[in-house]
Design a protein around this ligand. Structure first.
Ligand code: 8YV
Length: 328
């Protein structure tokens, strides 16, 4: 397939340098609006594109894929998580899907640590009192949080991001535990000083902090359901920088309200941007607007990955970040 003929439609504004390169390489429709496309606009985009570059804000279901134009051959997602695309249908229709793994790892792991510290050390409360001007000066008993050194961290999902969290948390003195579909190789486990738990239930019941770092797939949906959340110690804190759907958010909210869980740090939500008002009102939660990978460097690297995936495809090769559906 010749580059000239490749029609690439990008659904969101991307870093300027990425858009510029995209325009140099392909016949590209760039987005000028800062908002997500409507479903109708997205279907229209899929009707005219050879390559679609969507993001997490574009839900691409079976019905939409059925309406895609005959030329749509690649969905080159801007982002690592790919749960917003119906991968099985894309595969049936011969549409390749790629993502941007690796480049979001460190930023997301950094944000996981930020959330763990924000919740356990009560940073938002400190910020609030300073901003209100009500601070009365230092007190030996004010704003006491918990020390994370020596605490048990249970990582749910020990892929790239989970491992990056483990390395950081170990440097903070936390004890690392993990549950994963597959146990890590002994040398990796040893390097991370991490203990594997085959039983998620058993791990959950012993942890001080749980960090969700697995992707959202049919088998991880509500992995932390009401029954499992009830196994947590009342002093435990839950942090999620992956996908909201991995936790039963209503159950979590109820337990935060009743004090059955001490706190939560959430960068992602089940309703994506519609946040349960009861969750928002909780004093023991730190909520962020899905900014885990939001660094200037990271966004440019994500764009570069998208460019490489499209260019490799255009040159007739297998794109490096092709998502293998059987692994999902
Ligand atoms: C991205 C993410 O910013 O890469 C991911 O999976 O969750 C985010 O950090 C987002 O997905 C962009 O599409």
């Amino acid at each position: 397939m010749s580059d000239q003929r490749l029609k690439v439609v990008v659904t969101r504004r991307l870093p300027e340098v990425v858009e510029r390169r995209m325009a140099e390489l392909f016949d590209v429709d760039l987005r000028t609006d800062e908002h997500a496309m409507t479903k109708e606009d997205l279907v229209a985009a899929m009707g005219r594109a050879d390559v679609l570059v969507p993001t997490i804000t574009d839900r691409i279901d079976a019905g939409m894929l059925a309406q895609a134009g005959p030329h749509l051959k690649l969905i080159a997602n801007f982002g690592a998580g790919i749960d917003h695309v119906d991968l099985a249908t894309a595969r049936q229709r011969g549409i390749l899907v790629t993502n941007t793994p690796g480049v979001v790892t460190d930023d997301t792991a950094d944000m996981t640590m930020a959330l763990i510290l924000a919740v356990t050390r009560r940073i938002p409360e400190g910020l609030a009192v300073m901003q209100s001007g009500d601070w009365q000066g230092w007190s030996p008993t004010a704003y006491l949080g918990g020390r994370i050194g020596g605490k048990q961290l249970g990582i749910l999902g020990m892929g790239r991001i989970g491992q990056a969290v483990a390395r950081r948390a170990r440097a903070f003195g936390m004890e690392i535990h993990y549950h994963n579909r597959k146990r890590l190789r002994p040398e990796t486990e040893a390097a991370l000083e991490a203990r594997y738990w085959e039983s998620l239930d058993q791990m959950v019941s012993r942890m001080d902090v749980i960090s969700v770092n697995c992707p959202h797939t049919p088998s991880t949906f509500h992995l932390l359901n009401a029954r499992r959340l009830k196994l947590l110690k009342p002093e435990a804190v839950v942090v999620n920088t992956s996908r909201g759907e991995v936790i039963d958010e209503n159950a979590l909210t109820r337990m935060l309200r009743t004090g059955e869980i001490a706190g939560a740090g959430l960068d992602v939500f089940e309703g994506r941007h519609e946040i349960n008002p009861r969750l928002r009102a909780q004093p023991n939660v730190v909520l962020l607007p899905h900014m885990g990978s939001a660094t200037v460097e990271g966004r440019i690297e994500m764009g570069e990955k998208v460019l490489i995936n499209i260019k490799t495809f255009a040159d007739g090769h297998r794109p490096p970040d092709q998502v293998v559906t059987s692994m999902i």
